[in-house]
Design a protein around this ligand. Structure first.
Ligand SMILES: C[S@@+](CC[C@H](N)C(=O)[O-])C[C@H]1O[C@@H](n2cnc3c(N)ncnc32)[C@H](O)[C@@H]1O
Length: 260
């Protein structure tokens, strides 16, 4: 039966009506009843199957749907707060005004909003940009509304930063009126668009662990090239930059390097 379904899917273009034979096959195979929900899932599965028939590309509907489906969006407001507090202490000496901060692999935007709050609290004029591949995550990032929990969305937010959020029913929302809103962009860290410019600090935390070794190096080299001299690079707990990059560890701060 899977062979039959596959050959029929190959004839379909993404978004074409789902074949009755596929529904019949699923009913025969696993007793699944036809329904609206099943239809929607089949349409999505058809896109995923189509992916392998077109060359990999961010603009290909199939590959885009695959990336949405397979990337890991685990993130939290003020995740790894001690590292963010160390960054906060460095803000006055970081290059560029307005200070430009990049959340590379921003997922649903909690890191970018945390950066906007760090800058606002320290009265540093800043622009925050978040980059990611995953479209649903970027839509959440733009909205900046997070389920209050449980688990408590503010559980990692240090007390001093909690007043920068309001609770709105079952949601936690940054105080937009007191912040410079981050911008979010769908982009591949392996080939970020030239026009994003250069930054005073770049965070690429909990992203590299999902990449092949060669891709990790390429992403890091690309990001370091976008750091202004004196700028800070913040990585996840298990990451370290490859040798030969113009970086020196920031004394006393775990996971922070400065561009020389
Ligand atoms: C686990 S989240 C990390 C979120 C945030 N940086 C944090 O530390 O909480 C990893 C994110 O990296 C994104 N990602 C993975 N590979 C990427 C690539 N090549 N280009 C852009 N984003 C990528 C994923 O879509 C996902 O949203």
């Amino acid at each position: 039966m899977p062979t039959t379904c596959r050959s029929r899917n190959q004839e379909a273009s993404p978004g074409a009506p789902i074949f009755g034979a596929v529904e019949a096959g699923l009913g025969e195979l696993a007793g699944l009843a036809p329904s609206e929900v099943l239809r929607r899932r089949l349409e999505r599965a058809a896109l995923l199957l189509a992916a392998i028939e077109s060359p990999p590309g961010l603009a290909s509907p199939g590959w885009a749907a695959l990336l949405d489906a397979v990337t890991v969006q685990e993130t939290r407001l003020f995740r790894a707060a001690p590292q963010l507090l160390a960054l906060s202490a460095l803000l006055p000496e970081l290059p560029g005004r307005p200070l430009r901060l990049l959340s590379a692999g921003c997922a649903s935007g909690e890191e970018a909003w945390s950066l906007a709050i760090l800058a606002a609290k320290s009265r540093t004029r800043a622009e925050v940009l978040g980059l990611d591949l995953c479209r649903p995550a970027l839509a959440t990032a733009e909205a900046g509304r997070y389920p209050a929990g449980p688990p408590d969305a503010l559980r990692e937010v240090p007390d001093a930063f909690r007043p920068w959020f309001i609770r709105d029913g079952g949601w936690v929302v940054p105080r937009f009126e007191d912040l410079s809103r981050p911008r979010f962009l769908r982009a591949n860290l392996l080939a970020p668009p030239e026009e994003i410019g250069r930054f005073g600090a770049i965070l690429c935390r909990n992203v590299l662990i999902y990449l092949l070794p060669a891709a990790r190096d390429a992403v890091l080299r690309g990001l370091v090239a976008r750091l202004l001299p004196g700028g800070a690079l913040l990585l996840g707990p298990t990451d370290s930059p490859p040798a030969g990059l113009p970086l020196r560890p920031e004394p006393g701060a775990h996971g922070i390097w400065r561009r020389s």
